[in-house]
Design a protein around this ligand. Structure first.
Ligand SMILES: *[C@@H]1O[C@H](CO)[C@@H](O)[C@H](O)[C@H]1NC(C)=O
Ligand SMILES: *[C@@H]1O[C@H](CO)[C@@H](O)[C@H](O)[C@H]1NC(C)=O
Ligand SMILES: *[C@@H]1O[C@H](CO)[C@@H](O)[C@H](O)[C@H]1NC(C)=O
Ligand SMILES: *[C@@H]1O[C@H](CO)[C@@H](O)[C@H](O)[C@H]1NC(C)=O
Ligand SMILES: *[C@@H]1O[C@H](CO)[C@@H](O)[C@H](O)[C@H]1NC(C)=O
Ligand SMILES: *[C@@H]1O[C@H](CO)[C@@H](O)[C@H](O)[C@H]1NC(C)=O
Ligand SMILES: *[C@@H]1O[C@H](CO)[C@@H](O)[C@H](O)[C@H]1NC(C)=O
Ligand SMILES: *[C@@H]1O[C@H](CO)[C@@H](O)[C@H](O)[C@H]1NC(C)=O
Ligand SMILES: *[C@@H]1O[C@H](CO)[C@@H](O)[C@H](O)[C@H]1NC(C)=O
Ligand SMILES: *[C@@H]1O[C@H](CO)[C@@H](O)[C@H](O)[C@H]1NC(C)=O
Length: 386
């Protein structure tokens, strides 16, 4: 029975190229009476609100139970988990969301339609709080290292590094503070860490995604929902085959900060969005107008880098593309690097763009994963194929 099930699972797995070949067998729900951990790496920890085999009903309690060293794998069963996840340990952590055999392999599916696990919290920034304190997923070595601060340079640099390889597969991360832009309400704060995400969703309105100082992040086959500056940060972030879902428009989609080459030699800090889709969110309020109102970006500081490669843009996009930060910094300085290559779709007409960097193929070849991370990142799972 066991063997038959495993053979069936693996046959199914081997037929498709999507999802994670390494973890699918573990992630797929099993029939009643079969352990959910069948097919999982040895030592995988089960988190469940209902299953008798689970030691933990909270993801964060499982995280806090981890020994200081060694690679950890946590399988999260179908369900809604109201909690903030805070990963300070250095060694690899992998969070796996359970999947259903009924929806995981739908060729027309997306992260929203596949995922069975929602982890959520509902904090938002009120007077005296740092943006970091609203995040529901923090990957940073310490509280000070998670801080974001304000202004062109932000919170003080910390002499620390946190997780070297955090991964999450097929999980919805949500900040449910409000169904509108109440204030900064982050989903992620990834600072002084390397992290990657596969088939996940990230949902909020303002400042959904943050890649902090000294951080490198990679997101693939995922959906990011937001309104204002909903990809922001300092570090190097690559978004591959994602959907950027505009729930409304405000600020820019991206608001990045750069660091000069004196302070961080050779750095290629920036937000890079490749082979992706920008569209009005399927869950945007029917009364919200997005047509022609969303900017691709605004510069959080004058060294910001934001590059869109081969990305479909619906009519949400404002024809000039990018805008200055605000009335106190009314000019996009020429130290800001805004570029596009092969933008397409109704919002992809670059004729009126303020950016003078409409790249040709040779110029675009300088923007690859290996080049912006200055290596082939060892912390990315390149076996995950869309
Ligand atoms: C995901 O798929 C569902 C079901 O087909 C669809 O309703 C939804 O619009 C899709 N979401 C995105 C962001 O494409
Ligand atoms: C995350 O955990 C660390 C270590 O326990 C703690 O110092 C820090 O305050 C936590 N961060 C948040 C935002 O709760
Ligand atoms: C965190 O930063 C505060 C303010 O800069 C400082 O007083 C405190 O000592 C720092 N804590 C640690 C553990 O470095
Ligand atoms: C990372 O942070 C340290 C300070 O903790 C800094 O000296 C170093 O330059 C940073 N590395 C990069 C690549 O920015
Ligand atoms: C947001 O909308 C959903 C669906 O309509 C609702 O269930 C939820 O309570 C709303 N959240 C808040 C914070 O109002
Ligand atoms: C780099 O930025 C620092 C402040 O962080 C500044 O002191 C320094 O002059 C800058 N260097 C250059 C070459 O712009
Ligand atoms: C949509 O927006 C209108 C106008 O702001 C508001 O009254 C309504 O509650 C919103 N609907 C939802 C589902 O949030
Ligand atoms: C960019 O700014 C510098 C400093 O203000 C100026 O000298 C230079 O001419 C500018 N370059 C362009 C192409 O505008
Ligand atoms: C692109 O926009 C320009 C300026 O609005 C317009 O003249 C041109 O026809 C557009 N091109 C396409 C292919 O729609
Ligand atoms: C984090 O990732 C970057 C880019 O791939 C890499 O240069 C760096 O060595 C990694 N840091 C650690 C501590 O593994």
């Amino acid at each position: 029975m066991f063997t038959a099930l495993l053979v069936a699972v693996f046959l199914l797995v081997s037929r498709i190229s999507g999802l994670s070949p390494t973890f699918q067998a573990c992630q797929l729900q099993k029939p009643a009476g079969v352990s959910p951990l069948v097919g999982c790496p040895a030592g995988t920890i089960l988190v469940s609100q209902t299953h008798s085999e689970a030691v933990f009903s909270s993801v964060q309690k499982a995280v806090l139970s981890l020994p200081k060293t060694g690679k950890a794998v946590i399988l999260v069963e179908e369900g809604e988990y109201h909690e903030t996840i805070n990963i300070t340990r250095t060694d690899p952590v992998i969070l796996l969301g359970q999947l259903s055999t009924h929806t995981a392999f739908d060729p027309a599916g997306n992260a929203s339609s596949r995922n069975l696990v929602q982890i959520w919290d509902n904090k938002f920034v009120q007077t005296g709080m740092d943006d970091a304190q609203s995040a529901m997923l923090i990957v940073a070595p310490s509280f000070n290292a998670s801080l974001i601060g304000a202004g062109p340079t932000g919170a003080p640099l910390q002499p620390l590094f946190g997780n070297v390889d955090f991964k999450a597969y097929n999980i919805d991360f949500q900040n449910r503070a409000a169904n509108f832009s109440i204030s900064q309400a982050l989903v992620t704060d990834i600072s002084y860490a390397n992290a990657s995400f596969y088939g996940c969703t990230f949902a909020s309105y303002q400042d959904t995604w943050y890649t902090g100082r000294n951080a490198s992040t990679y997101v693939v086959d995922s959906v990011i929902f937001g309104q204002t500056d909903y990809l922001f940060g300092f570090g190097t972030a690559w978004f591959q085959n994602v959907v950027l879902a505009n729930r409304a428009c405000g600020g820019g989609i991206v608001a990045w900060k750069g660091t000069n080459l004196t302070d961080a030699p050779n750095n290629r800090y920036g937000a890079y969005i490749s082979d992706s889709t920008i569209m009005r969110s399927p869950d945007a309020n029917a009364t919200t107008v997005t047509a022609g109102k969303c900017f691709l970006g605004r510069p959080w500081n004058d060294l910001a880098t934001t590059v869109y490669l081969n990305t479909f843009m619906d009519n949400s996009i404002e024809a000039v593309g990018f805008e200055p930060f605000d009335s106190s910094r009314p000019v996009i300085m020429n130290t800001t690097f805004y570029a596009e290559y092969k933008s397409h779709g109704p919002g992809g007409n670059t004729t009126l763009r303020v950016s003078d960097h409409i790249l040709d193929a040779a110029q675009a070849s300088d923007f690859t994963i290996d080049k912006v991370f200055l290596e082939v990142p060892k912390w990315i799972d390149f076996e995950y194929q869309i």
